[in-house]
Ligand binder design. Structure first.
Ligand SMILES: O=C(O)c1ccccc1NCC(=O)[C@H](O)[C@H](O)COP(=O)(O)O
Length: 210
């Protein structure tokens, strides 16, 4: 059986140097966290500078928690995002409104699996399974989650160069997302770890997908 190439998002990018080195390493997207609670929060001016500096093929995904859909749309427009990632529980109308403006990554927890009508989401909403505490570096129990893992969903939660191949093999996610395992301190990446992460994903995909 052949699989599509696993997409890679490097989350919690707070500065231009980390954004450019993630792009150079071959990341498909960078994550810019606007959640007020995050120790990796970026302000709108810095996010916009990064969005305009990376090459257009690199996605700029804004990450939001405890923020209204109006604030999400305002920041997405102001900072030239290509997609928004939402850790909140919105109403159906709010999801539909957001998805009419931007591709949406809707974050779900293990307890949510099996309770979401995946076909009804439509093509603008992609699910991402993450640990209950975002950005905490806690891996999930991938084999236990395999029966309920939705086709086409992304995976986050404690992924890094040393375990991402195991996670890909267990769940075959469409994309993977990581932050804690790639940092020297919160908000600052180790470029060697970012490169090692992208390379580990490419190796896990196999030679036909590189
Ligand atoms: O990382 C944060 O500080 C954060 C805070 C609030 C909402 C979201 C946050 N991160 C978003 C992500 O998508 C992380 O990359 C994801 O949870 C994986 O993190 P990690 O387990 O540290 O790799």
């Amino acid at each position: 059986m052949s699989f599509a190439r696993t997409r890679v998002k490097i989350c919690g990018t707070t500065n231009l140097s980390d954004a450019l080195s993630a792009a150079e390493a071959g990341a498909d997207a960078i994550g810019l966290i606007f959640a007020p609670v995050s120790k990796r929060r970026i302000d709108a001016a810095a996010a916009r500078q990064i969005s305009l500096a990376v090459e257009p093929s690199v996605g700029r995904v804004g990450v939001f928690l405890d923020q209204s859909s109006e604030e999400v749309l305002r920041l997405a427009d102001a900072t030239r995002l290509s997609a928004v990632q939402i850790h909140d529980r919105y109403s159906s109308a709010e999801w539909a409104e957001l998805a009419s403006f931007y591709p949406v990554v809707r974050v779900v927890r293990p307890a949510d699996l099996g309770q979401i009508d995946v076909p009804a989401l439509g093509s603008s909403i992609t699910l991402m399974l993450d640990a209950p505490q975002p950005g905490s570096g806690q891996p999930l129990d991938w084999p236990a989650l395999a029966p309920a893992f939705p086709a086409g969903a992304w995976l986050a939660g404690g992924l890094g160069p040393s375990n991402v191949a195991q996670a890909i093999s267990a769940l075959r996610p469409a994309g993977v997302d990581a932050v804690s395992a790639l940092e020297v301190r919160p908000g600052h990446k180790d470029p060697a770890l970012v490169r090692a992460f992208v390379e580990a994903v490419r190796r896990a995909d196999g030679p036909s997908q590189r």
